[in-house]
Design a binder for this molecule. Structure first.
Ligand SMILES: Cc1cc2nc3c(=O)[nH]c(=O)nc-3n(C[C@H](O)[C@H](O)[C@H](O)COP(=O)(O)OP(=O)(O)OC[C@H]3O[C@@H](n4cnc5c(N)ncnc54)[C@H](O)[C@@H]3O)c2cc1C
Length: 447
């Protein structure tokens, strides 16, 4: 008998789960809250969709269960992503290992997925938000209650995404479904998102871009580091290295807030993480000292502003000059040498204080979710037999570089395939009895 599989959420993971379940012979219904499938895919990779990466490693991801994640990643690798898309007719290209559709249109990725969903006869129900999942006592099937009706399935895959970019449909309602089933979620925070800083001078440097090394420090301990193109904004910092660090910073801030609440501490001094920025990461301290020594020869009749020309972005140098307590127009001949040294120090170690991040509206990913230790290797819930999870709803978030979509394809494939093939303990028992010649009845009945 064909399994009736219901998939909740028609994003990257849900569509993959639907395709994999249908390919395994299941009768599949895909339930999507929006009026169309895959809205978020269109926004990925700045409209070009970075759908995977040739370098796939568990180290590119964050989760509370790395061993479990590693096993999943081994079962659906980058080569599997490539053949999955080739099989649907999508041509791909690699840019330094980052995989994109050859035509560089995210819409092409969505098109091939949608066409495959149609070709496999998957029943799509749009504008239906699932509100509750439970076991139907009469039939023993899984009942999905949604805004457009009630459905009965043998298996259900929950692929509702997290909370990131809620305009695309992932409003966190999947977490409610998971909690109602008895799952205890890893707290969620926005990830791959811009960070907001306490300092009030950011407007003067907004728009500046620079290659930099960023190190996160909290209570004197180094927590993480990333190098790449930093972008300064009028409220703080952005760019790829900031995106990569944002989930680490947000979890530190969250833990801080929780512990302050538990201790009944007030807001004073609360909720800050330091980020130390080195704008000259290729210089050793020694080389930089020599460089600064040589520069002293330029001093002559120059003003402070003229003296520091030609190093970093002009706006940044002027900010450092001001922060060091110097006036751009003052003569180098009379300038305080300690303050000059301070300007140099800012180039190597400019410390900003992060108070939080932009919201889920701006985040590319939602970190946290259903813990991997509460699901089996096939991503089946340990709380409710026959229910599976796929995609961002699980406690897995990747770095920039196609890793989040790779997880969506991987987990969708594992959950959808297993849901199609899976027999419940009851069905296995019945089959066992049949084999022993004891007979038995099929579950059947209209869903
Ligand atoms: C701007 C942006 C750019 C990104 N760029 C990249 C990139 O280039 N490469 C990369 O790897 N990753 C990228 N990501 C991340 C990546 O898009 C996501 O990790 C991935 O799409 C998650 O897939 P998902 O199917 O788990 O969730 P989603 O894509 O969020 O899909 C969930 C679906 O479920 C539906 N849904 C939610 N709740 C319900 C409900 N109760 N009932 C019915 N339907 C429901 C939603 O409407 C939605 O369609 C980007 C994200 C954003 C926001």
């Amino acid at each position: 008998m064909r399994n009736r599989v219901g998939i909740i959420g028609g994003g990257a993971a849900g569509m993959t789960a639907a395709i994999s379940a249908a390919a395994e012979g299941a009768e599949v219904t895909l339930i999507e809250g929006n009026d169309r499938l895959g809205k978020k895919i269109l926004a990925t990779g700045n409209g070009r969709c970075n759908l995977g990466n040739e370098k796939l490693d568990v180290g590119e991801y964050y989760t509370c269960s790395p061993e479990r994640l590693e096993k999943c990643l081994e079962r659906f690798k980058t080569e599997d992503t490539i053949s999955f898309f080739h099989g649907m007719g999508l041509m791909l290209r690699s840019r330094n290992g980052y995989l994109y559709p050859l035509c560089e249109q995210a819409s092409a990725v969505l098109d091939v997925l949608r066409h495959q969903v149609a070709a496999l006869g998957i029943h799509v129900v749009t504008e239906c938000r699932a509100e509750h999942v439970e076991r139907d006592k009469k039939t023993g099937k899984l009942q999905v209650r949604g805004s457009a009706g009630v459905f009965l399935f043998d298996r259900v895959v929950i692929a509702c995404g997290g909370r990131a970019a809620p305009k695309t449909g992932s409003d966190g309602s999947g977490f409610t479904l998971a909690k109602d089933l008895g799952h205890k979620l890893v707290p969620t925070v926005p990830a791959l998102v811009q960070l907001r800083c306490r300092e009030d001078y950011f407007k003067s440097v907004a728009g500046v871009r620079a290659d930099a090394m960023l190190r996160v420090r909290h209570k004197g301990e180094w927590a993480a580091a990333e190098r790449g193109e930093l972008l300064l904004t009028d409220y703080g910092i952005s760019g790829i290295p900031v995106f990569q660090l944002s989930r680490v910073v947000n979890y530190i801030l969250l833990e801080d807030a929780v512990s302050r609440k538990e201790r009944g501490a007030g807001r004073r001094g609360a909720g800050e993480v330091e980020i130390c920025i080195d704008f000259l990461p290729d210089y050793t301290q020694e080389a930089f000292r020599e460089f600064a020594e040589e520069r002293r020869l330029l001093q002559g009749q120059r003003t402070v502003e003229e003296f520091f020309a030609g190093m970093l972005h002009k706006k940044l140098m002027l900010l450092f000059v001001r922060l060091a307590g110097l006036k751009p127009s003052e003569s180098m001949a009379w300038a305080d040498q300690n303050k000059i040294r301070q300007v140099y120090r800012f180039c190597r170690n400019w410390t900003v204080h992060v108070t939080g991040s932009n919201s889920y509206e701006n985040a590319q990913v939602c970190a946290g979710g259903v813990p991997l230790h509460e699901v089996t290797e096939d991503l089946e819930s340990k709380k409710m037999e026959g229910v599976y999870f796929a995609g961002e709803i699980l406690d897995v978030d990747g770095k920039c570089g196609g890793y989040n979509l790779q997880w969506a394809w991987c987990s969708g494939h594992l959950a959808g395939g297993a849901a199609a093939k899976m027999k419940s303990k009851r069905e296995s028992k019945i089959d066992g009895k049949k084999e022993e010649g004891l007979g038995g009845t099929d579950e059947g009945g209209p869903a």
